[in-house]
Write a protein that binds this ligand. Structure first.
Ligand code: TK8
Length: 338
C-alpha cells in the first residue's frame, strides 16, 4: 500500500511541476460511492446477493468504486428509493418490478397471474429481448434497468385459517404490493386487499392490521413471517422479479468502463442470486414447517378454480401494457412450450 501511495504522490508532484493538468490527478484518485438500497434484511437472498455485487464491484474497479449495500429499507421502501434515484439523491437499488408499475406501466406484464410455468421460462423471457424492452422503457422516466433478479413464485400466508379453496379468502385482510394488478387480483379472489409497503408488513401482521400476505418461501423465512403467520397455502400464483436500477442522472455521468463494471457485477450477482434463491427455496418449506407453520397445497380442482378466476384480469393487463407486448410475450411462451 505505502509504496503505491508514495509513487502516486511523487508522480503528481512531478506532473504538477511539469504543469500537467490537475484534473487528471483528480480523476485518477476519484472514488465513486454507490448507495445501493434494498428492502429485505442482510440475511436474506437479497442481502446475500447485494454483498456479492458489492464485492464484485470493488474487485473489478480496484477499489475505486465502492458499493454500500443498505438493506432493511433503511433508505425507504421501494417507491421512495425509486424517487430518490430519479432525482439523483441515491445511485442504485434492487426492488420489486411491481412497485414500478406507477412509473412504467409495461412493468405490469410481470404481475400477470400464472404468466410463467417455471423458472426456466422466467429466465428466458426476462433475460431475453422482451425483458430488455420492458426495462428500457424506464429510461424516459429517469431510471436505468440493469438486470432482473429472482424474487420468486409467490405463496399465500395468513393467520385466520388454512386456505384450501377460493371461499376461504372471503374477507381476509390481505396485504398486497402497491400496484393495481395485485389489488384487483386479490379483490377478484374475494380478499380484502390492502396495499402496503413491504417495510410496514411485519408490524401490520403482528398488530393484526392485516391477516395475511403473499411472498415467496424465501421471504417468508428471511423476514420471519412465520412468527406472526400460522397458515401457508402453496398457490404459486405469480412469479415476481426483482430489478436492479440505477439513477439515470447519475449513470449518464459514468465512464464506459464504470458502466461495464456495474453491469458485469449485476449479472454475476444475478447468477449467484438465482442459484442461492432456488437452493434456499427448495429447503424452505421444511424450515417453515419446523418453525410451526401449517402448510397446505390446493387440490387440483381448487387450484384450477383460482387460476381461472385470476386469469379474468388478463384482458385488463393486456390493454394497460399494450396488446402488441402482450401478444409478443404469449407467442414467445407458446414457442418455448412446444
Ligand atoms: C422488498 C419487496 C418484496 C416484495 C413485496 O422491498 O413487497 O412483497 O415481494 O420483495 O420488493
Amino acid at each position: 500500500m505505502k509504496p503505491v501511495v508514495r509513487r502516486t504522490v511523487l508522480a503528481t508532484v512531478a506532473a504538477l511541476a511539469l504543469g500537467a493538468a490537475a484534473p487528471s490527478f483528480a480523476q485518477e484518485i476519484k472514488t465513486r460511492i454507490i448507495r445501493f438500497g434494498y428492502g429485505l434484511n442482510e440475511q436474506s437472498n437479497q442481502g446475500r446477493a447485494a454483498k456479492v455485487m458489492s464485492d464484485a464491484i470493488a474487485k473489478a474497479s480496484g477499489g475505486k468504486m465502492k458499493m454500500r449495500a443498505i438493506g432493511a429499507a433503511a433508505l425507504g421502501p421501494d417507491t421512495q428509493m425509486q424517487q430518490a434515484l430519479i432525482g439523483g439523491a441515491q445511485e442504485m437499488m434492487v426492488g420489486s418490478t411491481a412497485t414500478l408499475v406507477g412509473i412504467t406501466k409495461e412493468m405490469a406484464l410481470w404481475d400477470t397471474p400464472f404468466l410463467f410455468n417455471n423458472t426456466q421460462e422466467a429466465d428466458a423471457i426476462l433475460d431475453g429481448p422482451i425483458g430488455r424492452k420492458v426495462m428500457d422503457k424506464l429510461e424516459e422516466k429517469g431510471l436505468v434497468g440493469l438486470v432482473y433478479w429472482e424474487n420468486g413464485f409467490r405463496n399465500l400466508t395468513n393467520n385466520k385459517h388454512a386456505v384450501t379453496k377460493l371461499e376461504d379468502l372471503d374477507g381476509v385482510k390481505l396485504r398486497v404490493m402497491q400496484n393495481e394488478v395485485f389489488l384487483s387480483s386479490f379483490k377478484t379472489l374475494g380478499a380484502n386487499a390492502i396495499p402496503l409497503p413491504f417495510s410496514e408488513l411485519f408490524s401490520a401482521l403482528e398488530t393484526k392490521t392485516v391477516d395475511g400476505q403473499e411472498n415467496p418461501f424465501n421471504t417468508i423465512l428471511s423476514s420471519k413471517f412465520y412468527e406472526v403467520q400460522k397458515y401457508l397455502s402453496i398457490t404459486n400464483h405469480v412469479y415476481s422479479p426483482w430489478i436492479i436500477l440505477a439513477s439515470k442522472k447519475w449513470w449518464d455521468g459514468l465512464s464506459k468502463d464504470e458502466k461495464k463494471v456495474l453491469m458485469d457485477a449485476a449479472v454475476a450477482a444475478r447468477d449467484y442470486e438465482r442459484k442461492d434463491t432456488r437452493e434456499e427455496g427448495a429447503k424452505a418449506l421444511a424450515d417453515l414447517k419446523s418453525k410451526g407453520m401449517q402448510i397446505n397445497e390446493l387440490a387440483p380442482a381448487e387450484a384450477a378454480r383460482m387460476r381461472s378466476k385470476l386469469t379474468t384480469i388478463n384482458g385488463g393487463i393486456a390493454s394497460n401494457i399494450g396488446q402488441p407486448l402482450w401478444d409478443e410475450t404469449q407467442a414467445a411462451l407458446a414457442k418455448m412450450r412446444k
